[in-house]
Design a binder for this molecule. Structure first.
Ligand code: P5A
Length: 435
């Protein structure tokens, strides 16, 4: 992509309404634009990151054996009346009337709708287990939407739902999601710590939040100081096997959110007290929805029993902000490779110089031919402005090409994360990026 034609409306000024660094950087880098309170348009740069995150989330769901479908954003109130949550959800739910004066709503979550889909198709224990997910926009009319995409009113969630015959089956599904979540966040370049949590309006008595430690986190969290060093990607889990030992290991050390924290039970001398961002939340709630909605299957002896369910959420749009909170410096964003909107920023230091431009055009073509995503700053701007923009948008590699370096047959390769710079010949630089 050539920057001269790419729609990336960066801001020089620090937007005054943005209180935390990720919100400021997303606005300054031209990733999002507020449409109204807590509701954002995703501009091309931000949208590319959102899609990358979504894809990693999807791959790990698929690996764990979940199947993707797509439910609508607008739901009928009827199912919510059957579950009893139409009243309970209160003002957070955006209620809508259609032209026939039917009560509709913009879904804040999908337990009711997926239970309805399940009950219409599955009647026997032979239909179990089922593990389904979608990635869809939600609306919650938060009292105080703030921090940009971190606490929005409209936000993108990956939500999965499991259906099993009994607690043992449901716990197997819970464990699969637990491990899939650890892998997902690790692949996104994050250290997410599972913590015992309150189930809130979703319900149930077994629940974990996945928390990233960050000063700007909305909640106080407490965990054993050894937990952040646990590494989930060191081995590939077998999702067909019993994951209980792995989940036990991850839950063996103390970790609790504010509401679950018990000063009497925590290891006081080995405790980290920090603030955290909730990027995922998983729940087992048994028959809370299957009973009122009549989602039952017949067992081997023909008796109908309500299915045991769980639901599992990841804040996909929140993750964009959370990753920036965890990975930035004074000059801007520092994207982890896996989610960067482009892998390389190619900087032409002298757009008016035929030799420099010729070399840049050549590099641009070669990188693209190798399938490397590159943003080519071909604008006629001062080098200082180009460097500042490149640092701001945080692409993992910068390739800087100028007339003076070319005299010596050299171009500069900079690693955004460390600031480390290397002078290399053209071919060496290209093979470095390919490797
Ligand atoms: C689990 C999936 C649920 O809604 N039902 C379906 C369950 N859980 S949750 O904890 O309420 O939300 C799941 C994740 O969504 C993100 N999230 C938000 N992101 C941005 N703005 C918001 N207002 C918002 N509310 C929730 C969080 O990452 C949360 O863990």
């Amino acid at each position: 992509m050539r920057l001269s034609s790419f729609f990336m409306p960066t801001l020089k000024e620090v937007p005054s309404e943005a209180q935390i660094v990720s919100h400021r950087l997303m606005l300054r880098a031209g990733m999002i634009r507020q449409a109204s309170a807590g509701i954002y348009s995703w501009l091309p740069l931000g949208f590319r990151v959102l899609k990358k995150i979504e894809q990693i989330v999807r791959e790990e769901q698929d690996r764990a054996g979940a199947q993707e479908l797509l439910m609508p954003t607008i739901q009928s109130a009827d199912l919510w009346k059957q579950s009893g949550r139409y009243e309970d959800y209160g003002k957070e739910m955006l209620r809508i009337q259609d032209r026939h004066e039917r009560e509709m709503l913009y879904g804040p979550t999908n337990e009711e709708l997926i239970t309805d889909i399940f009950r219409s198709a599955c009647r026997s224990y032979r239909d179990l287990p089922k593990l389904l997910y979608h990635i869809q926009w939600k609306f919650r009319d938060e009292v105080r939407p703030r921090f940009g995409v971190m606490r929005g009113r409209e936000f993108l969630m990956k939500d999965s739902y499991s259906f099993d015959l009994d607690y043992a089956g449901a716990k197997r599904a819970y464990n699969k999601m637990f491990v899939a979540y650890l892998r997902t966040f690790a692949r996104l370049g994050l250290k997410a710590i599972p913590m015992e949590a309150e189930a809130g309006p979703i319900g149930g008595d077994l629940s974990h939040e996945f928390i990233i430690l960050a000063e700007t986190g909305e909640s106080a969290v407490f965990c054993h100081r050894d937990l952040p060093a646990f590494d989930v990607l060191e081995s590939e889990p077998d999702f067909a096997a019993d994951l209980e030992p792995m989940v036990r290991r991850w839950t063996s050390l103390y970790a609790a959110t504010d509401q679950k924290h018990d000063p009497g039970k925590c290891p006081k001398d080995q405790l980290i007290e920090a603030r955290g961002i909730e990027v995922g939340h998983i729940f087992y709630f048994g028959t809370k929805y299957s009973e009122p909605l009549g989602a039952a299957v017949s067992t081997q002896d023909g008796k109908p029993v309500p299915v045991h369910m769980g639901s599992y959420g990841i804040g996909v749009s929140r993750l964009v902000g959370a990753i920036i909170e965890a990975s930035h410096d004074d000059n801007g964003i520092v994207w982890p490779d896996a989610v960067a909107p482009f892998a390389v920023g190619l900087v032409n230091l002298k757009a008016g110089d035929p030799r420099t431009t010729g070399t840049c055009d050549d590099i641009y073509a070669k990188l693209r031919a190798q399938g490397i995503e590159v943003l080519y700053d071909d604008r006629d701007e001062r080098p200082g402005a180009k460097f500042a923009d490149m640092d701001l948008i945080g692409l993992p590699w910068q390739l800087v090409v100028g007339p003076r370096g070319l005299e010596r047959g050299q171009i500069e390769l900079k690693r955004r994360r460390t600031g480390e710079k290397q002078e290399l010949g053209l071919e060496a630089a290209l093979s470095r990026l390919a490797g």
